[in-house]
Design a protein around this ligand. Structure first.
Ligand code: HEM
Length: 507
């Protein structure tokens, strides 16, 4: 893989030492070991939270060394804003993402910028994320959400607490698989996670572990894990091959994502995705399309349960906007402004895709301070960017959805809130995720009071993405009367409807 990992970089380019001529000016943790690097006191299972700790100690730009590789981390808002300049910087496929290449190949998420399949797939699939496409998915999203409430009603009747991350994962997997691929994993009919989910979690965790061992020794140190990883990848491939074969046999996707992948030609070149690339795209969308949204919903529910005053305000909004409509329409979701702010504020504190990497397209100077050679790269540490006191004030840990009211958003500099990444390689599924998550939060708030376990302390588990660990909650069915008719909410410009699905992320 080393050969492909360096693709796109200048010949002979070795890494941070060469890429950052003034690397010595960037601080690193104090107790550095000669060969191993900055490994003392490190929690290998929580690399992001470890980096947050280092970020707090070392400031807005710092570096970490692990077994001969030096990584530069950035979180200062000025630095991150400069990295968003697409004329000088581009996505870098490195660290955990490059480790996913055996799983997702040149699928949209893991493709190198220069690979032709990126542009081809982007152009073929982007129409699957327009407003019209979202309207088409809405009914299916509602149907899946009703499976969740059916399951929660049964848990409630049995007096059991619900498993929040587990159930959000069932919900988001079913949503992307049914809307995108016409496939029912039957997640709510199972007690244990679907084997597809277990295989996916296995490959994500393995990709993360690969970063914590010296590259050449990985085959030896992770021999058992790498065998399991190969089996996990084979399982993902098999599942997807069956799903594609079934579609080829029976047809009938009504123009969903899989139909696009199989049948749509590029509007200008007439090219189509190859069968191998379709396989990698289906895996990419099934994984990228549910894991991060599931985490986002879980964190939002955690904060709603912890902040009853916020939950009450959000619930009042749902009652006011939806009235007693049994099934809210597409437009009624975008009108839940406060619920959306709850989601944004949860993604601020715990951006479930916690970072992205950017590389210099040319020799340049980052923010007028740090010279970078062409190919040099840095990792944006989102949970710290989203806590930069220069932007978010002296108490960035405070959960406050009003940070996202329209006036507050307008008053902030651009590129200070980036949970969906940046530029041409920003998240294609942003509107999909936001619509799904806002709809589901609205439905849950309308139906239940959330009763947190008073002893629960938030622990965040990492497997490239972030998720609240062991979060369980008791529910009560709401008794409050619901108003008879929905009210009309004027557009204050803070909603998400109508923005470009891919490039509207540059707040
Ligand atoms: C809250 C939910 C989500 C979050 C936080 C999130 C976050 C991100 C981020 C940060 C990136 C950029 C990564 C980089 O620059 O390396 C990205 C890319 C991507 N996301 Fe999402 N995502 C979410 C939901 C979704 C959904 C629902 C889908 C599909 C339906 C999706 C599909 C993708 C794909 C295919 C890419 C690669 C785009 C490209 O490079 O062209 N994501 N996402």
């Amino acid at each position: 893989m080393a050969g492909t990992r360096e693709a796109g970089l200048p010949k002979g380019f070795r890494g941070a030492e060469q890429g950052w001529p003034e690397l010595h000016r960037i601080p690193h943790p104090p107790r550095r070991l000669p060969l191993a690097g900055d490994v003392l006191g490190v929690d290998r299972r929580r690399p992001v939270q470890d980096s947050m700790r280092f970020g707090r100690e070392l400031g807005p730009v710092f570096r970490r060394r692990a077994f001969g590789n030096e990584f530069v981390f950035l979180w200062g808002s000025r630095l991150v804003a400069d990295l968003a300049d697409e004329s000088r910087f581009a996505k870098h496929v490195g660290l955990g993402i490059a480790n996913l290449r055996p799983v997702a190949g040149d699928g949209l998420f893991t493709a190198y910028n220069h690979e032709p399949n990126w542009q081809l797939a982007h152009d073929v699939l982007a129409p699957g994320f327009t407003r019209e496409a979202m309207e088409g998915y809405h009914g299916m999203m509602l149907a899946v959400a009703e499976r969740l409430t059916g399951h929660w009603d049964r848990e409630l009747a049995a007096g059991r607490a619900v498993d929040v991350p587990g159930d959000m994962t069932k919900l988001t997997l079913e949503t992307i698989s049914r809307t995108g691929f016409g496939h029912d994993f039957g997640s709510f009919e199972r007690d244990r996670p679907h084997p597809f989910v277990s295989a996916m979690v296995g490959t994500l965790s393995y990709a993360q572990r690969l970063n914590s061992v010296p590259g050449p020794l990985a085959p030896l140190l992770l021999r058992g894990a790498s065998r399991r990883n190969a089996a996990d990848i084979a399982h993902l491939d098999r599942t997807v091959d069956e799903l594609v074969a079934a579609r080829r046999r029976t047809g009938g996707g009504d123009g969903d994502l899989l139909d696009r992948m199989l049948a749509t030609a590029h509007p200008e070149t007439g090219e189509r995705l190859s069968p191998e690339n379709v396989r990698k795209q289906v895996i990419t969308f099934l994984v990228a399309g549910h894991e991060t949204t599931s985490g986002a919903l879980s964190f939002a529910l955690y904060y709603l349960a912890r902040h009853p005053e916020v939950a009450a305000r959000a619930r009042a909004e749902v009652d006011r906007v939806w009235g007693d409509t049994p099934e809210p329409g597409y437009d009624q979701v975008a009108k839940l402004r406060y619920v959306r702010r709850v989601l944004d504020e949860s993604l601020r504190l715990w951006p479930t895709a916690p970072g992205y990497a950017r590389e210099a397209r040319q020799d340049t100077v980052l923010a007028g301070e740090h010279p970078m050679r062409r190919g040099a790269w840095a990792l944006v540490l989102l949970p710290m960017l989203h806590r930069d006191p220069e932007v978010w004030g002296e108490d960035p840990e405070r959960f406050d959805p009003d940070r996202f009211d329209a006036a507050a958003v307008r008053a902030r500099p651009p590129h200070t809130f980036k949970p969906f990444g940046t530029g041409a390689r920003a998240c294609i599924g942003r509107q999909f995720a936001l619509h799904e998550a806002t709809l589901v939060l609205g439905l849950l708030l309308r139906r239940y009071e959330l009763r947190p376990d008073p002893d629960y302390r938030l622990r965040v588990t990492e497997r490239l993405t972030l998720m609240p660990e062991g979060l369980r909650m008791h529910l009560e069915r709401r008794t409050a009367p619901v108003p008879a008719a929905p009210v009309t909410v004027p557009d204050d410009g803070s909603g998400s409807a109508g923005r470009c699905p891919v490039h509207g992320a540059g707040q």
